[in-house]
Write a protein that binds this ligand. Structure first.
Ligand code: NAD
Length: 277
């Protein structure tokens, strides 16, 4: 593609509808980063399958709202992806509904904070199975269809903790480092199949996952939640602001665009400079 064509493609990316006709499955998309990515993909024209732990009725309402707002089709599938069987069932739900999955966003994740010496085994299993094994299983489920159609985008929502460590987050850091590794292997194996696989590595994003950590800190240190938020930012990020879910959504849309078609196997930070330290 020449520079004029590239510039045209870049301009098209920012217009709504650039991905019209594509079908995206976003795991853990009832709130937070997953919902932000789903909304950005819907704005870009994707039909959507949402997923999470939210009851079906509420999730279907959320899907309808997104669909109506952006003129796309959307469905919701309640599934606990920490359980192996449910990952394949979710992929089959999406295939039954839309006939294919063009874009897979492995976003669902949980955190547990505790020193290694006291880290409960069952929490380790829970974090590893959702944050890492579910992404492996979902990737396995979609690759055949993507290869057959010669087009696919896999985006793994890892974390800055896929690149660097923090104390008391052994399972999360292990899972996210593993997810970055999985991203590279899938990228290599699909390099000439029209498929890309990349990881997004956010720093602090103020979602429910983080809110629980803020509440705990505020309570144990006798400070307000906003003071705890500022202390957390200052403890890790050179830039003292949270990343927005809309920014992560826009990055996901970029990775799905044609101008990003040779970008694969990358771990892309959006972390206020955290990984640069
Ligand atoms: P969140 O807790 O706000 O949302 C998590 C989503 O996953 C929800 O939709 C929830 O229903 C779903 N979910 C939870 N358990 C599930 C399960 N067992 N099966 C299926 N769905 C499940 O979290 P978030 O902050 O939006 O995090 C999303 C992703 O971003 C996670 O992978 C997380 O590790 C990563 N991340 C978050 C931050 C941050 O600061 N918030 C930073 C870096 C990376």
């Amino acid at each position: 593609m020449g520079s004029v064509a590239s510039a045209r493609a870049a301009a098209q990316l920012t217009r709504s509808g650039a991905l019209r006709g594509r079908v995206a499955l976003v795991t853990g998309s009832t709130r937070g980063i997953g919902e932000g990515i789903a909304a950005s993909l819907a704005k870009a024209g994707c039909d959507l399958v949402l997923n999470g732990r939210m009851p079906s009725e509420l999730g279907s309402t959320l899907a309808r709202e997104l669909a109506n707002a952006h003129g796309v089709d959307a469905a919701y599938c309640e599934a606990d992806l920490g359980r192996a069987d449910n990952v394949g069932a979710l992929a089959r739900f999406a295939e039954d509904k839309f006939g294919r999955i063009d874009i897979l966003v492995n976003n669902a994740g949980v955190q547990h904070v505790c020193p290694v010496a006291r880290f409960p085994d069952e929490r380790w299993e829970e974090v590893l199975s959702l944050n890492l094994s579910a992404a492996f299983r979902a990737t396995k489920a979609v690759l055949g269809g993507m290869r057959a159609r010669g087009w696919g985008r896999i985006i793994n929502v890892a974390s800055v903790h896929g690149l660097v460590a923090s104390e008391h987050k052994s399972a999360y850091v292990a899972a996210k480092h593993g997810l970055v590794g999985l991203t590279k292997v899938v990228a290599i194996e699909t390099a000439n199949d029209g498929i890309t696989c990349n990881a997004i590595c956010p720093g602090w994003v103020r979602t429910e996952l983080l809110q629980r950590q803020l509440d705990t800190r505020a309570c144990s240190q006798g400070i307000t939640v906003d003071e705890a938020a500022m202390a957390l930012l200052r403890s890790k990020q050179p830039m003292h602001q949270f990343s927005a879910v809309e920014s992560i959504g826009a990055l996901a849309v970029f990775l799905c665009s044609d101008i990003a078609r040779t970008m694969t196997g990358a771990a892309i930070s959006m972390d206020g400079g955290w990984a640069a330290i």
